[in-house]
Ligand binder design. Structure first.
Ligand code: SAH
Ligand code: SF4
Length: 411
């Protein structure tokens, strides 16, 4: 078994550089250019300077990745003082950071309550693989939906994350991975995309991203902005349980890649597994998929399918799956079910998963089973840490496999 290293533990949690007062101030992170301009205007920055100041800030925040106003070398001292007095660009507090010896990293981050009563915690996980590195990002604390096989679904929604909080998961990961240029590199220099540590992001953490559409959209548009973080939209994947109206909006307004948590090919069964199916049944879901803009063999929708013993794992189901996906440029991702305390489901037998996968392979879809890695840390993105801590070790290991199982997507 791999050896886990705890770089930052709960006992010596690292507060954000200017936590406390800064947490009360509006953050510049997550604001789009118009909002940044309005914030500066409000603080008396002359109109003729606004455009230049916004682009300076954008470069410092998203190309250089600074989290301290004093690092903004080409911004005058007066301006920096004004920014410090009114705004924050601090990162969230790191409660815990764990590194697996296979390189998988997990951060437990803490954010202010913002109406939730007490501070909230979310997990962000980084999975390095040959030729790419994927960051799994959360969009909500908890989830309003109640998919019957999902642990997050047994927990109530605590609150939506803001665009700042969603984006700061990416900024913090890049800080910790050394994925921003050093301070002494000339202004404007970027790390070439071929050397980046975080090459892909997946909205597959905690929560249903399309129930927090506006904030997720803002964060992803900044993450893919060509003058800033500049992730390609082909390397950003949003996973949804099937919020049909927002799938259309995702295609039109975000333009990232799409993953659908399908899990069943008949309405009757999907109503039970993924109850949002009662509102948006398979026919409507598949129509939205077919209409997704820009699909081709190189840009396919990922269909996630959790393998539940004697529930959805028969060859009839496999046949139904192929039929359902006919005509849609699709990838299939078979996820061995990860059990959790209190669940009535079991993972399909391995032999059955292989039979199911073979059938799918023969229909022309390549090796769809996701093999777990990094078993030494609980990297179960989408599972509340507070809950996971109460689990026994065996349960934690099983759990961890779930998140990992979801992150081997192609570019
Ligand atoms: N809410 C979004 C994003 C979460 S992505 C969505 O549902 O798509 C996490 C993926 O893991 C989803 O496909 C989800 O259905 C799946 N999942 C949830 N619980 C699981 C479990 N216990 N074992 C395996 N996969 C699970
Ligand atoms: Fe929510 Fe996704 Fe879990 Fe369903 S699978 S309960 S949508 S997090």
């Amino acid at each position: 078994m791999a050896v886990m290293e705890n770089l930052i533990g709960r006992e010596n949690a690292r507060p954000a550089p200017s936590a406390g007062k800064a947490a009360e101030m509006p953050s510049l992170i997550g604001a789009d250019r118009e909002e940044l301009a309005a914030m500066l205007r409000d603080r008396g920055v002359p109109e003729r300077q606004i455009k230049m100041r916004v682009s300076q800030l954008w470069n410092w925040l998203y190309v250089r990745g600074v989290s301290d106003f004093d690092a903004m070398a080409n911004v005058s001292k007066d301006m920096r003082e004004m920014l410090k007095a009114n705004f924050t660009i601090a990162r969230p507090e790191i409660v815990e950071e764990q590194v697996s010896n296979d390189g998988t990293r997990k951060w437990l981050l803490r954010y202010p309550p913002r109406g939730a009563g007490r501070p909230v915690e979310v997990e962000t996980v980084y999975i390095p693989e040959e030729g790419r590195g994927t960051l799994c990002i959360s969009s909500q604390v908890g989830c309003t939906l109640t998919c019957s096989f999902c642990h997050t679904g047994t927990q109530r929604l605590v609150r939506n994350l803001t665009a700042e909080e969603i984006l700061s998961q990416l900024l913090l990961a890049r800080d910790r991975l050394g994925d921003f240029p050093d301070r002494d590199v000339p202004q404007g220099a970027m790390i070439p995309s071929s050397d980046r540590k975080v090459t892909n992001i997946v909205m597959m953490g905690m929560g249903e991203p399309l129930y927090n559409f506006e904030e997720v959209k803002k964060a992803l548009l900044i993450a893919t902005d060509g003058d800033g973080l500049s992730l390609s939209k082909r390397r950003v994947t949003l996973s949804t349980s099937g919020v049909v109206p927002e799938i259309y909006r995702t295609g039109e307004e975000i333009g990232c890649m799409l993953a659908i948590s399908l899990h069943a090919v008949r309405d009757e069964l999907r109503d039970m597994l993924v109850p949002i199916n009662k509102k948006y049944p398979l026919k409507e879901l598949m129509e939205a998929c077919r209409a997704y803009p820009g699909l081709s063999n190189a840009r396919r929708i990922t269909f996630e399918y959790v393998m539940l013993k004697d529930v959805n794992d028969s060859l009839e189901d496999a046949k139904g799956l192929i039929q359902l996906l006919k005509g849609v440029p699709a990838k299939i991702n078979l996820i061995p079910f990860n059990p959790w305390p209190g669940t009535n489901y079991q993972c399909s037998d391995w032999a059955q998963i292989e039979k199911f996968a073979d059938f799918i392979n023969q229909a022309g879809y390549a090796s769809p089973i996701r093999t777990p890695r990094g078993r030494d840390i609980l990297a179960a993105c989408g599972q509340l840490k507070s809950e996971s801590e109460r689990m026994r070790k065996s349960e934690r290991l099983a759990f961890e496999a779930m998140m990992i199982a979801n992150h081997g997507e192609d570019d």
